[in-house]
Ligand binder design. Structure first.
Ligand code: PHB
Length: 388
C-alpha cells in the first residue's frame, strides 16, 4: 500500500512539475588569512552581481560553493578544484587569486568538462594552460606596459625594478623593461624578491644605492603591498625624490587611509579604480559596498568577480544550463560589454579581456583618498600573450 501511494505521488509530481536545475559555481579564493580582504572582495563582487541580476538564469538557479585557499598553494588548489568537480558537482569554477593556484587547477578542467573564469590571477600564460580558461581580471603585462611610457613621458631615465619572484612579478618586470628600454630608458638593476618577504628596509637601501631616479615595483595586493609602500615612505625614498611607479596593485583603495597623506601623488597604472566615473561603476559600487558592508573595503578583485559572474551567466544562457564546457567557452569568445571599469571585450584568441588601462594619481577628494584617473590608454590587449 505504502509503495503504491509513493509511486502515484511520484507520478503526480513528475507530470505536474518541471524540475529546475541548480547550477553550482565553485569559487576558490583567500577567504581567511592575511589576504582575506581580497577574497572578501570576490564575495562582494559575486553578491553584488546576484543582488542586481537575481540568481536565476531561465529555469536554472545559481548556487555558489566557496572553498578557502588562504595562501598560494598549488597542491591544495588542485585538491579543492578536484573536490568541487567530483564531490560537489560544480558546473563552473571561478575565483583563483594567485597565479600558481590557477595554473594548478587548469589541467583538471577538460576532463571535468568545466570552464574556469579567473577573477584575478594575472600571469599572461594562464590562458594557455587550458582552452577552458576565461579571464575577467587583467595581466601584469597589460597593466605594467603603459607605466613604461608614462615614466619616459615624465623624463625619467634610470629605473630599478623590484618585483615578487613568481609569474605576475616576472611578467610585470619583463613588460616594464621592454617598454622602458624600447623608449630609450635605462634599467640600472632588476631585483626579484622571494614571495614571503615582509621586511622591505634592506630593499629600500638597495634602491637608494642604485642611483635610480625611480623604482618600478610589483607585489601581489595584500599586506605586503601596504608594507612595501610604507617602507618606501619610512625609509625616506619619497622625500629623497625617488619616484615610485607601479601597477595599481600597490595602491589598492582599502590601503590608502593607512598611508594617509604619504600616498598623495603616487602614480599607478591599472584597469580599475573604485572612483572610476561612470553610471555602470556607480551602480556597481553601491551594490558591492552593500555586499561587503563598507565602501572603504572595496578593491579591484570585486570587479573581476562581478564581470566574471556576468560571463558565467552568459555561458549558462548559451548552453541552456547543460554541462558543456566547450560550448560555454565558445559562446563568450568576442563578448563585449560595459564593465564598471569601462568598455571590455573577450579576445576570442586568448579568452582574456581587452580593456582600458588608466594612469591614476592618489588624491584626496571629499575627505577620501582615491586613485584619481588622469589618463586613459584605450583598448589594451595583453602584450604578454604568445600563441601556444
Ligand atoms: C597573481 O598571483 O597572479 C596576482 C595576485 C595578486 C595581484 C596580482 C596578481 O595583485
Amino acid at each position: 500500500m505504502k509503495k503504491l501511494v509513493l509511486a502515484s505521488l511520484l507520478l503526480a509530481l513528475s507530470s505536474s512539475v518541471t524540475f529546475a536545475d541548480t547550477i553550482k559555481v565553485g569559487v576558490v579564493g583567500p577567504f581567511s588569512g592575511p589576504a582575506a580582504l581580497q577574497g572578501k572582495n570576490f564575495q562582494a563582487g559575486i553578491n553584488a552581481w546576484l543582488a542586481v541580476n537575481g540568481n536565476t538564469i531561465g529555469d536554472d538557479t545559481i548556487e555558489i560553493v566557496y572553498r578557502d585557499l588562504p595562501a598560494p598553494d598549488p597542491a591544495q588548489s588542485a585538491a579543492l578544484t578536484q573536490e568541487l568537480i567530483v564531490s560537489e558537482g560544480v558546473q563552473y569554477l571561478a575565483g583563483y587569486y594567485y597565479t600558481p593556484d590557477a595554473m594548478a587547477a587548469a589541467p583538471i578542467l577538460e576532463e571535468g568538462n568545466v570552464p574556469m573564469v579567473v577573477f584575478n590571477a594575472a600571469t599572461s600564460a594562464i590562458v594557455n594552460a587550458s582552452p577552458y580558461v576565461v579571464r575577467t581580471s587583467f595581466t601584469t603585462w597589460q597593466t605594467s606596459t603603459p607605466m613604461a611610457a608614462v615614466a619616459r613621458q615624465r623624463g625619467i631615465d634610470k629605473v630599478i625594478t623590484v618585483v615578487s619572484d613568481y609569474g605576475p612579478g616576472v611578467d610585470s618586470e619583463a613588460a616594464f623593461v621592454a617598454g622602458f628600454t624600447g623608449a630609450g630608458g635605462e634599467i640600472v638593476e632588476s631585483v626579484r624578491m622571494p614571495m614571503n618577504t615582509n621586511d622591505f628596509s634592506p630593499m629600500m637601501q638597495r634602491i637608494k644605492d642604485s642611483g635610480a631616479e625611480a623604482v618600478f615595483a610589483f607585489l601581489p595586493a595584500g599586506p605586503a603591498t601596504l608594507g612595501f609602500v610604507q617602507a618606501y615612505v619610512e625609509n625616506g625614498l619619497k622625500d629623497a625624490g625617488v619616484t615610485l611607479l607601479a601597477p595599481g596593485d600597490l595602491t589598492q583603495e582599502p590601503d590608502l587611509a593607512a598611508l594617509g597623506d604619504n600616498a598623495l601623488g603616487l602614480l599607478t597604472t591599472f584597469h580599475y579604480a573604485v572612483s572610476h566615473d561612470s553610471p555602470e561603476n556607480s551602480a556597481f559600487v553601491e551594490a558591492a559596498s552593500k555586499a561587503i558592508g563598507s565602501a572603504s573595503e572595496l578593491s579591484f578583485p570585486a570587479v573581476g568577480a562581478y564581470d566574471g559572474m556576468y560571463v558565467i551567466s552568459k555561458m549558462i544562457e548559451a548552453t541552456g544550463g547543460n554541462q558543456d564546457a566547450a560550448a560555454a567557452v565558445e559562446a563568450v569568445k568576442g563578448l563585449s560589454w560595459v564593465s564598471p571599469r569601462g568598455p571590455v571585450s573577450i579576445n576570442p584568441e586568448n579568452r582574456h579581456l581587452t580593456q582600458n588601462i588608466y594612469l591614476r594619481e592618489v588624491a584626496l577628494e571629499d575627505g577620501q583618498y582615491i586613485n584619481k584617473e588622469i589618463q586613459t590608454f584605450e583598448n589594451q590587449g595583453d602584450p604578454g600573450w604568445k600563441a601556444p
